[in-house]
Design a protein around this ligand. Structure first.
Ligand SMILES: Nc1ncnc2c1ncn2[C@@H]1O[C@H](COP(=O)(O)OP(=O)(O)OP(=O)(O)O)[C@@H](O)[C@H]1O
Length: 299
């Protein structure tokens, strides 16, 4: 489990992370979203124990991470640009990892050859950017970490390998309760694997939600009435947005499904449909409510 309690970090007058509270439960995949400069990398580096917060607590399984060698043996941090020693091949890098990570699984490393298809004895600096990223994932999955922290991990990967990597990640979460924290500036990139999403904006968490709750709490309604109710009918429910198209109203409403249905039923609608909302739409309505535009994380 990852816990940040009022984590704060300032760089030369720039408050990059401001009193962030974050909880990533064991066996959960948390997507940390935010626009450029929001503070994602800084927060990830603090959680990985690479940077020290100026204030607040950052704990993994209840223990501070910074300069904690034993804890770091259980954590893998994949930075946005993977780093390898210049003359190393994947094989020599694997030997190095196996000497550091006590849970290194050599069988898995060998078996993953079928997934990654990268030559083991070629120098890593001769690989393309996407191939180097694949190598970093290959090493990370073979190290069997308890906690995997990744900064923009899918940039530069082709769709096939991206899918394979997501499958491996989900498998590790399901089978051995690995905890995952992923940063991204793109909601679509992470929505299929995350169970929790948080939005960081100018160093603060603006919104943090369980995706299932988020989906079950917001509905798009198409409704038409025979006898139009009085004007303020749409003010009585938590209606995030409404618009009239001829005699049909299109509303985005927050509330439990049954509650929403019974609210509309009392006006005897002639048409009543509940339509699914995409996660992207939900975020736009949610964030619209707190007054921020989030288009840049939805591209
Ligand atoms: N080493 C540093 N020295 C000074 N300021 C820094 C440093 N690293 C980051 N910052 C500043 O801290 C803020 C947060 O940066 P950070 O890299 O954490 O954001 P980010 O959300 O990861 O951005 P991006 O999506 O662009 O990678 C930015 O204003 C950035 O300019």
């Amino acid at each position: 489990m990852i816990e940040c309690k009022e984590a704060y970090k300032k760089y030369e007058g720039n408050e990059a992370v401001q009193s962030v509270d974050l909880l990533v439960k064991q066996g959960s995949i948390y997507g940390l979203l935010g626009s450029n400069g929001a503070g994602k990398t800084t927060l990830l580096k603090i959680v990985a124990g690479i940077l020290k917060q100026d204030k607040g607590d950052v704990l993994i399984d209840g223990t501070p991470v910074f300069e904690n060698v034993d804890m770091k043996k259980k954590i893998i941090f994949l930075p946005d640009t993977p780093y390898f020693f210049s003359q190393y091949t994947l094989r020599t890098m694997a030997n190095f990892y196996s000497s550091i990570y006590p849970d290194w699984n050599e069988d898995r490393f060998q078996n993953l050859q079928g997934i990654f298809e990268i030559e083991m004895d070629k120098k890593l600096h001769k690989f393309s950017k996407g191939m180097r990223r694949q190598a970093a994932f290959w090493l990370a999955f073979s190290a069997m970490p308890d906690v995997l922290i990744m900064d923009e991990p899918f940039d530069g990967l082709d769709p096939v390998i991206r899918k394979k990597i997501k499958n491996l990640m989900v498998q590790d979460v399901a089978e051995r309760e690995m905890t995952v924290l992923i940063s991204s500036h793109n909601l679509r990139e992470v929505e299929d694997i995350c169970d929790h999403v948080g939005i960081l904006h100018k160093g603060s968490v603006l919104l943090e939600k369980d995706l299932d709750d988020l989906k079950s709490d917001v509905h798009k309604i198409q409704v038409a009435f025979k006898n139009e109710p009085r004007e303020e009918w749409h003010q009585e429910m938590k209606i995030l947005q409404y618009e009239r198209r001829g005699s049909v109203w299109l509303c985005v409403v927050r509330g439990k499904e049954l509650e929403v249905k019974s609210y509309f039923e009392k006006y005897n609608p002639v048409i009543f449909d509940m339509l699914p909302l995409t996660l992207e739409e939900i975020f736009i309505y949610e964030m619209g409510e707190v007054g921020y535009a989030i288009e840049n994380i939805l591209v």
